[in-house]
Design a protein around this ligand. Structure first.
Ligand code: FES
Length: 152
């Protein structure tokens, strides 16, 4: 009889090694945030202007080629994503871990004002030392993403 009460006090840990996310409802400019492995993951449907700008707007970036980034191989391109139209990123600022805020297809950290572009690449002058971390994922279909933890 006391089990339901006790169960309510047990913290729930989101430790699944994989998570499937339906992105079919996202329209350009819209985003979705899920909680996975104790962190928030943001999925942003990019607008076409953002997709066109990312490969060419690299002048003010701290690490344009993401050499210092924590990311899987799938993100080693100017979009830092498997497909240019969908950006998938952890939302923790790489300075001290605050949650970045998306704004106009870019990201800003409210704690010490680090700015990131639409691929989560940190801008010069920011306190953050590297680009936003990218989770490992793959497409199960055109509308379904699977986040998957890599074996370390
Ligand atoms: S935690 Fe983001 S800039 Fe300091």
């Amino acid at each position: 009889m006391t089990y339901p009460f006790i169960k309510a006090w047990i913290p729930s840990f989101d430790n699944k090694r994989s998570m499937d996310i339906d992105v079919s409802a996202l329209k350009p400019g819209e985003q979705k945030i899920v909680h996975w492995l104790g962190r928030n993951v943001l999925l942003l449907k990019r607008e076409s202007a953002s997709i066109e700008n990312l490969p060419v707007s690299t002048d003010s970036l701290k690490d344009p080629l993401s050499d210092q980034s924590v990311q899987p191989e799938l993100a080693r391109n100017p979009y830092r994503s498997l497909r240019p139209e969908l950006f998938v990123t952890f939302t923790n600022c790489t300075h001290l871990g605050c949650e970045v805020v998306p704004k106009d297809q870019q990201f800003k950290c409210p704690c010490h004002q680090s700015d990131y572009d639409g691929a989560g690449r940190v801008l010069e002058g920011a306190a953050a030392p590297r680009n936003l971390d990218i989770p490992n994922y793959r497409y199960l279909s055109n509308q379904l993403i699977r986040l998957e933890q890599l074996d370390s």
